[in-house]
Design a protein around this ligand. Structure first.
Ligand SMILES: [Zn+2]
Length: 175
């Protein structure tokens, strides 16, 4: 067997593995409990059925994260949280926001001027309800988190308007 056929055989095997496995890999930046980056890594995307998400999540968290819902202003768990720490995805625990970027927007929703890592969120045009908005979701599990607007404070000018029920807060240094 020459080198060329060896190579093409390897490609076929790699392709077959991909076709047989449902697990898609995504690049995520991991963060320790202290908020320090642990670097980039490729991890399996989290894919669950609606029934599985319903078991894991509160009904409101399910509606918001899996059905693009919105919690009512001033009712979410963190809009008035001023503690120092890290906010992770309630669905898959991916680090999403650091309290160092949180600010009082007066909207009644948790507001940040940046995600903890651009790598960990996905931003997509959202034309629902007759509005032109940009929806923000978790890259690892596709949880809908909220929207990002361009009326935020310095240094980014962005306002990540995030439903508190999509997040799990842990004080800095705590798991
Ligand atoms: Zn997630």
């Amino acid at each position: 067997m020459n080198r060329r056929s060896l190579l093409s055989g390897a490609v076929v095997i790699a392709f077959a593995r991909k076709a047989h496995s449902a697990a898609e890999l995504v690049e995520i930046e991991s963060f320790g409990a202290n908020g320090k980056s642990l670097g980039l890594s490729r991890v399996e995307k989290i894919v669950k059925s609606e029934a599985e998400w319903r078991v894991q999540l509160s009904s409101l968290a399910f509606e918001v994260t899996r059905k693009d819902g919105t919690e009512r202003a001033f009712t979410g768990p963190y809009w008035d949280n001023h503690a120092d720490g890290i906010y992770r995805c309630v669905c898959c625990d991916t680090a999403l926001f650091d309290s160092k970027t949180k600010y009082d927007s007066g909207t009644g929703w948790s507001s940040f001027f940046a995600p903890i890592s651009k790598t960990n969120v996905v931003e997509n045009a959202d034309m629902s309800f007759g509005m032109r908005r940009v929806a923000v979701s978790c890259k690892r599990c596709d949880a809908h988190l909220g929207h990002v607007f361009t009326d935020g404070p310095k240094p980014t000018g962005l306002r990540y308007c995030i439903n508190g029920v999509t997040l799990r807060f842990a004080g800095r240094g705590q798991a």
